[in-house]
Design a protein around this ligand. Sequence first.
Ligand code: DLL
Length: 436
Amino acid sequence: MKYRFEAAAETMSRPKIAALQLKRLRQTLKNAYDNVPLHRKRMRKIGMQPGDLKSLQDLTRLPFTVKADLRDHYPFGMFARPRAQLARLHASSGTTGKPTVVGYTLKDLATWADLMARSMACAGARPGDVVHNAYGYGLFTGGLGAHYGAERLGATVVPVSGGSTERQIVLIKDFGARVLCATPSYALVIAEVAEKEGVDLRRSKLRIGLFGAEPWSEAMRKEIQIRLGLKAVDVYGLSEILGPGVACECEEMQAGLHGWEDHFIFEVIDPDSGKPVAEGGQGELVITTLTKEALPMLRYRTRDVTRVTTERCECGRSHLRIKRITGRNDDMLIIRGVNVYPSQIEAVLVGMPEIAPHYQLVVERKGTLDHVTVELEASPDVAPGPEAYARIGAAARHQIKSMIGITTDVVVKKPGEIPRSMGKAVRVRDLRPKLP
Ligand code: DLL
């Protein structure tokens, strides 16, 4: 018998999934209508009461929820429970200086742990495994999400978080980690540092990698698998919906991420018209939560570009599969697992008096990691000179690091040296190789 964390739920027939979705969607609409003024207002506007929902198809009558809704109701205005009933808050990058805040009741945290345990088992992790968790702990959902999932699975979790790569390699070896959780780019850093130190991790106990939080390619999968000697499995999620564990590939096929349809409804839309795309077509992923208490999300536009298929997977799981996320249709960058909007960097720069409001972000791949260089202009009021420019550059670098959490290079140019555009300003020069 194959090991599954929640066998009955994972192999449920598609009609059964649909019936469960309808039941849970009704509950979700009622929760949203009763407790979140924005959702109530929007449903009233289209003349819809939660009880009006007759079929899953009716969901498409509802307007989308977008990231700006969370920003506009910062920090707690989208929550369906009073703050005192929340057990935890997480936050991810917003499009401006304010983060996007998400909250969980204890029941939400239990659901999340279940789904992450299910995802880990789907990826090939087993109770009793040592899980080396190199996702960042803190406001980012990666660290704690994988942590509680691993505990729930019955594994032994090593909560290393990111950084100190040499030490991570020692721990992977000495503790006998079978499962590695990290961003795919960090997994490659681990491989690189190990090789430099003459440590052959292919001969360690590592067998499974759960990699996600940023787009990666089949080529990268092959490379990681060869260099670390493990099976590299894609895991997907986003804070607004849950965190990691919304969808995960199966170890058997590694061919698309099973989106857990007993907890979410997945749609793919044309980002311009908002209309559904026929199954298999490329578009933007839209997700509705079905079991979240504190933060029910109705038709949330993820901005992630992908395709889905309901074709049965040979692993036996009945849940649809999301193909790789190939990119985003907004300007969010993911730099070493940290989500960054150009507008956030702008907000930092604009607050600095010696800097003119012209900048460009140059994104490159250096080795296996993404790197940002911020090119900015000194204000015309500053007397040009290497010393003044070095000081301005260091101050900008420090502010960006402390406000946004990413390390950048800063190049200070003379007034007028950043190219001006006649139409939309070109804020990002992305020189990274395109994903196939
Ligand atoms: O990145 C949650 C996560 C942690 C997922 C660990 C997987 C592993 P956020 O910080 O809110 O949450 O960022 C969510 O990251 O909308 C995608 O653009 C991107 N992303 C997440 N997983 C993948 C993936 C976490 N497997 C945003 N492939 C999402 C491509 C991914 N992009």
